[in-house]
Design a protein around this ligand. Structure first.
Ligand code: NAD
Length: 291
């Protein structure tokens, strides 16, 4: 058996096209476009790539992008003052501070300074709390995108056993809460879980968010399961000596057992930015009284 490939790249492109049409419709009526502010502190190369691609995709769908690049030595107070200005700026619907931040800055303090109604990353404790209590708030982009991919394969998830490997605040925990919201029976596995293969093998939906190249193989996958690989790991390809990206799942091994599976790259990754834009559009519609 070979699993169905879940094409995150195509799903994300379709979602962006839908949003571009909606934004064009709004601006044609003379309304202002939605705006996303992205703040980068320092010169981390991976963060620079993420920020550039967020800005490019924001503009491509007709939204405004406000980029703020600050030096690595920027004092925490200066960053907090910028966030206060963005909180008060009516043209800004979403604020994203690219993580990780330099060590001298308290990331929790910075996240908590973002107005919850502009926290399109969904990391503010108010939004995390709303997700936990089933209320209306911003859901972190990677889990939101992952759930969309799961639902592209199967709409009704009620009663299915979902296993999420990883318990971070950014991916694992919100993913588990979203699946609980879909009435799945949810297990969160992590570094201290005993007999990980047996736990995973019982999953109808298996989500890997660990950060270990090819940690999960065929022995972790129930025949027919939906496998979502969130992991992005840069490794050296022994055949070419060049760097390449692999997931937390051994794709070739798992696809022989799974019912449907996301590739890396081209799976969850593209969905993350598309869902960031979706959160920004949601924020705009709410703030403009259109929803
Ligand atoms: P993290 O380091 O914060 O959390 C990793 C989790 O994995 C921890 O909860 C830990 O308990 C668990 N873990 C570690 N070793 C384990 C093991 N041997 N067995 C079982 N569990 C183990 O990472 P994160 O921020 O949640 O990111 C996870 C992965 O997802 C990374 O590869 C990251 O690059 C990727 N990621 C991708 C996107 C995307 O857009 N696709 C977004 C965010 C993160």
């Amino acid at each position: 058996m070979t699993a169905t490939l879940i094409d995150g790249k195509a799903t994300a492109a379709a979602l962006r096209a839908e949003m571009a049409a909606r934004v064009a419709e709004l601006t044609a009526k003379g309304l202002r476009p939605p705006g996303l502010a992205v703040v980068l502190v320092g010169e981390d190369p991976a963060s620079q790539v993420y920020v550039a691609s967020k800005a490019r995709q924001t503009v491509e769908i007709g939204m405004r992008s406000f980029e703020h690049k600050l030096g690595a030595g920027t004092p925490e107070a200066e960053l907090l003052a910028l966030i206060a200005r963005l909180n008060a700026d009516p043209a800004v619907d979403g604020i994203l501070v690219q993580l990780p931040l330099p060590k001298h800055i308290d990331a929790d303090k910075v996240i908590e300074a973002i107005a919850p109604e502009k926290d399109v990353d969904g990391f503010h404790p108010v939004n995390a709390g709303r997700l936990a209590t089933g209320g209306r708030g911003f859901v972190p982009c990677t889990p939101r995108g992952s759930l969309r991919l799961i639902k592209s394969v199967r709409q009704d998830l009620a009663g299915l056993h979902a296993v999420v490997v990883g318990r971070s605040n950014i991916v694992g925990k919100p993913m588990a809460l979203l699946l609980l919201g879909e009435s799945c029976t949810v297990t969160i596995a992590h570094s201290k879980t005993r007999d990980l293969p047996a736990v995973c093998r019982d999953a109808d939906i298996l989500v890997a968010a660990v950060g270990r190249p090819k940690l999960l193989g065929a022995e972790h996958v129930k025949p027919g399961a939906i496998v979502i690989d969130v992991g992005i790991n840069r490794v050296t390809d022994p055949a070419t000596g060049k760097g390449k990206l692999v997931g937390d799942v051994d794709f070739d091994a798992a696809k022989a057992v799974a019912g449907a599976i996301t590739p890396v790259p081209g799976g969850v990754g593209p969905m993350t930015i598309a869902c960031l834009l979706e959160n920004t559009l949601d924020s705009y519609l709410i703030r403009s009284g259109l929803r």
